[in-house]
Design a protein around this ligand. Structure first.
Ligand code: MN
Length: 262
């Protein structure tokens, strides 16, 4: 053993000893440190000092029948499907507050989708529907902002939607409300107004796949984990916004969430 390896073994402790035992090449290891820091995405929690760390952002597509029809699909036949946004697509919006939301690049048809967001405190694989809600930490109001022209163009070409859905600040969200405070919202009104005119207006009971069913179904495809959040779909009457518009999202039992397109 070289002097360097011996010193590393003495300072590196069990980790290095383990690597040696497994036949790995011995390097002068130190505790793994990132080359540079990357900001963890955190969402404020109402009534708590701790914030909710986001691991993954999942979104379900076409989860309200009338919206599925307006997007050109048959809501009676389609199984649920999911896509993801990058974790740092989150844009925080204070409760009952408003933030500036820059109109994104590349699009000429930028759409709102008001959604109930589910935040998980634990997870698993193949979670049964009747156990799924045990994993929910809380709920928030969110917007699944969408470059609709790009989403459609990519879909028409049978290419991934990503550029239409998964971009910077595409996931505005309000603070998370723990289940102890708000229960599991299943029936309340969900609505969105643009400049004071109501555009989307439905109830959570109109979801095709319930929150529990979404978690269960998602856990068949991926192990879901604490820190995952799920945008649970939007009702009908999605539509475009332009610079200067103010969007107001409401879900019964949660504070309003508002963004201004700038
Ligand atoms: Mn959506």
């Amino acid at each position: 053993m070289t002097d360097v390896a011996r010193r590393a073994l003495l300072s590196g402790g069990a980790l290095l000893a383990g690597a040696t035992a497994l036949g790995g090449t011995v390097h002068a290891q130190t505790a793994a440190k990132p080359l540079f820091p990357i900001k963890q995405t955190l969402i404020p929690i109402v009534g708590r000092e701790e914030q909710f760390p986001v691991r993954r952002i999942y979104c379900i597509g076409r989860n309200y029948a009338a919206h599925a029809r307006e997007m050109g699909s048959d809501p009676t036949r389609e199984p649920p499907f999911f896509f993801q946004k990058p974790t740092d697509a989150i844009q925080l919006v204070p409760a009952n507050g408003i933030v500036d939301h820059p109109y994104p690049t590349l699009t000429k048809n930028y759409h709102y989708e008001c959604e109930l967001v589910v935040a998980l405190k634990s997870g698993g694989r193949d979670i049964p529907i009747d156990k799924a809600l045990d994993h929910v930490f809380g709920y928030a109001v969110g917007l699944d902002m969408t470059r609709r022209d790009l989403q459609r163009a990519m879909g028409d070409q049978k290419k991934p939607w990503e550029i239409g859905k998964s971009f910077d600040r595409s996931a505005p969200i309000g603070p998370i409300h723990p289940v102890e405070m708000v229960g599991h919202p299943t029936k309340g009104r969900i609505s969105l107004a643009v400049n004071g005119t109501v555009k989307q207006d439905a109830t959570l009971a109109h979801m095709i796949w319930s929150v529990a069913e979404q978690i269960s179904k998602l856990s068949e495809a991926n192990e879901v984990m604490a820190g995952d959040i799920i945008y649970s779909g939007t009702p009908e009457n999605v539509g475009p916004v332009v610079v200067g518009d103010t969007l107001l999202c409401k879900i019964e039992g949660l504070p309003d969430m508002s963004i201004k397109i700038v």
